[in-house]
Design a protein around this ligand. Structure first.
Ligand code: NAD
Length: 471
């Protein structure tokens, strides 16, 4: 919660602000902003010899495209307002990256660390049953995915429960994404959000004139990064930025505190260290600099808050010294802190753009599930043979031969992970270019977040208009 306004109100305020740069009629804007369906559930779960009443939600924000889509989070912070805000962000996110879904989100108000695996399984299965009862889940209705506190394991439980009730439904495997590979998941989904964060930052930093304005040189290589939260999104952003982008990770924070090393922290080794010791504190060469929020104030080129919402507030915003803030988490900057950061010269890459990699690859997984075959299975061998024939012709014409290794590289088809990553890369680059073009076309648009909302609003509005609902 930021000051007096809730998370959902703050998302709505951003939308109102962006709407000033569009010519959408007020009624249409109100429809776009409204949450269409809110399901609040209470159910009992047996814990030891007693029962605990669990509070849970599923919100479908917008039905302008179907199915609706969005993660399920397990966290004590979950309440109706948070789930509504996150569902709304999903609608804008899907529109921005041209993923043909409406936005949704789910949440169970629990701290998963308090429960055994068996208890988590029964909570997940009961929640899924409630969604089935209310027609809030299905490959053409509403498709959940992982979020904070959930992962492939929970998605496998959801699938199994759904299939038990919908036996024989041919597309049932598309009722949830982010599943384990062995359970009809897709390669690359687990790291997709972090990988998308990397592609988005890299694309943004490739524009020399934009970087000059914030005092940076062009290109991601050699730049310094600080990451808050080493979960799915944070650890993959850090690992991929380090390995593929040549970024130096100088600060990391987790629940137990923040660490700093000006010489760079090897994230792979840090993750192993945390697995062994249960903490990042004491990692060789690093300095313990304070609580989990301390890392946010480290002077760096790129700050990646990848834990939870409301981490940068009016209280700590004046002390943030990052040139680029990539909102890998949803809502890590409160609405009242945002102008402080912009005034201090930071560039903010908004959550619903920069963390869109997860839903993008979820879309690929859903497509794979509905088509009932692995990408490349039909065409790879055919294409490979066609490329071989061309190579043979070239060899005959030139009298030269190429090595077996070169032949293999030139003729093989793409593997699933290569196709997924290239689709993700293309999606993140294309969306950034659309946002940047929007800013270039209207110099009054003040920042990237507003421009991204303008793009998303125009796309959702054009769906409603083409449906004939609004003139
Ligand atoms: P996760 O549960 O895998 O990881 C979250 C990590 O943050 C955990 O390691 C946790 O210990 C740490 N953490 C919690 N409080 C902290 C604090 N105060 N300071 C530092 N670290 C803290 O969750 P995730 O899936 O990585 O999600 C993180 C954020 O990214 C959420 O806002 C989520 O909505 C968003 N997101 C996730 C996905 C996805 O595909 N998983 C997609 C889009 C957006």
């Amino acid at each position: 919660m930021s000051g007096h306004i809730s998370f959902f109100e703050s998302v709505s305020n951003y939308v109102d602000n962006a709407a000033r740069y569009t010519d959408l009629p007020n009624g249409l804007l109100e429809q776009i902003k409204a949450c269409n369906l809110v399901l609040r559930i209470r159910f009992p779960v047996r814990i030891g010899n007693d029962y605990e009443v669990i509070e849970a939600y599923r919100v479908q924000h917008s039905h302008h495209r179907l199915p609706t889509k969005g993660g399920i989070r397990y966290a004590e912070s979950v309440d109706q307002d948070e789930v509504m805000a996150l569902a709304a962000l999903m609608s804008y996110k899907c529109a921005l990256v041209d993923v043909p879904f409406g936005g949704a989100k789910g949440g169970i108000k629990i701290n998963p660390a308090r429960f055994t695996v068996e208890q988590l399984q029964s909570i997940t299965r009961r929640y899924t049953t409630e969604l089935i009862k209310k027609n809030f889940i299905g490959p053409g209705i509403d498709v959940p995915a992982p979020d904070y506190g959930t992962g492939p394991r929970e998605m496998a439980w959801i699938l199994d429960t759904y299939q038990a009730f919908r036996h024989g439904e041919i597309d049932s495997i598309g009722c949830v994404t982010g599943k384990p590979i062995t359970q009809n998941g897709i390669r690359g989904r687990n790291e997709a959000t972090g990988r998308g964060v990397f592609y988005g930052i890299r694309e943004c930093m490739s524009h020399e004139e934009d970087m000059k304005k914030i005092g940076l040189t062009k290109g991601i290589e050699g730049k310094t990064m600080v990451v808050q939260g080493l979960g799915n999104v944070g650890s993959n952003t850090a690992l991929i930025s380090q390995r593929e982008g040549g970024v130096k990770i100088i600060g990391v924070s987790e629940r137990e505190g923040s660490i700093y090393d000006a010489n760079g922290i090897d994230v792979e080794k840090l993750l192993l260290y945390r697995m062994e010791k249960g903490t990042i504190i004491g990692y060789p060469g690093s300095k313990h600099i304070g609580d989990p929020k301390a890392a946010l104030e480290i002077e760096c080129d790129i700050l990646v808050p990848a834990a939870l919402e409301n981490q940068i507030t009016v209280e700590n915003a004046p002390r943030i010294k990052a040139k680029i803030i990539a909102e890998a988490a949803n809502g890590p900057i409160t609405a009242d802190a945002d102008p402080i950061l912009l005034k201090n010269g930071s560039m903010i890459l908004p959550d619903f753009y920069i963390n869109a990699g997860g839903v993008t690859v979820s879309y690929f997984e859903w497509l794979k599930n509905l088509s009932h075959h692995r990408f490349g299975r039909l065409e790879n061998r055919f294409q490979s043979q066609a490329f071989s024939n061309i190579l043979k012709k070239v060899e005959d014409m030139t009298g030269k031969t190429i090595s077996d290794r070169e032949r293999y590289l030139l003729t093989r088809g793409g593997t699933e992970i290569e196709l997924v990553n290239s689709g993700l890369e293309d999606t993140m680059i294309t969306a950034y270019q659309q946002v940047r073009d929007t800013m270039l076309m209207n110099s009054k648009i003040p920042d990237v977040r507003t421009a991204a909302f303008v793009c998303a609003l125009n796309k959702i509005a054009s769906d409603y208009i083409s449906m004939g609902i609004f003139p």
